[in-house]
Design a protein around this ligand. Structure first.
Ligand SMILES: [Zn+2]
Length: 202
């Protein structure tokens, strides 16, 4: 049975996520609850575009692992989509630089999982996008980072799972959220947005 309190963390065009509380999306005061990309995980980490330092997004990109694996030139020459594909190819070929880059990213992800689970007590942490695609290479660093806190309280640790919807996960979630709102209260849709029911001509 899936947890009703869960944190989703994804990396694709950026790092983001969402928080599920008692089976419902919890959006917070500004619609940003669960957006974990700018969770600071290091006091003296890299500068982030948001103005802080050491945000999760500066470690698990996919741009940071691409940079750490020495693939900046691929990204510049062949575009933003070519570099993750090349990183994926090198991971599957056991390239040591690529494997080390994902190992470091796994540690950073583990720090974020510790932080968010400590605050939310989520029963499940779901990793999506590239985090699911590259689960095998993230897992060692992730497990190593989590091992210290698992030991004293194993029953209180969240279950970590990997998403299966790939790049469509965010779009499907948005669609379901809108559909649920519409079914909960059909009158919430402005009259102008409703199509008139066509009357067949006699
Ligand atoms: Zn940031």
């Amino acid at each position: 049975m899936r947890a009703t309190n869960a944190q989703y963390i994804k990396a694709d065009t950026g790092v983001g996520g969402g928080l599920l509380v008692n089976g419902r999306v919890h959006s917070g005061s500004h619609g940003m609850a669960g957006e974990i990309g700018h969770l600071p995980i290091a006091l003296d980490g890299p500068n982030c575009l948001c103005g802080n330092r050491g945000c999760l997004a500066t470690y698990i990109g996919p741009e940071p692992p691409i940079h750490a694996a020495g693939l900046d030139a691929v990204a510049e020459a062949e575009g933003a989509e070519a570099a993750p594909a090349e990183l994926d190819r090198r991971l599957r070929a056991d390239d040591p630089d690529a494997v080390a880059a994902l190992g470091a990213a796994g540690h950073a992800l583990g720090a974020a999982v510790l932080g968010v689970s400590g605050v939310t007590d989520a029963g499940e942490i779901i990793l999506g996008g590239y985090l699911a695609t590259w689960a095998s290479w993230l897992a060692p660093g992730l497990d190593e980072r989590l091992a210290g806190r698992r030991a004293p309280a194993p029953d209180m640790q969240p279950v970590i799972t990997f998403g299966v919807l790939g790049g469509e996960a965010t779009l499907r979630g948005a669609f379901q959220t809108c559909r649920d709102a519409l079914l909960d209260d059909p009158t919430s849709v402005p009259a102008l947005a409703r199509s008139p029911i066509p009357v067949p001509s006699q």
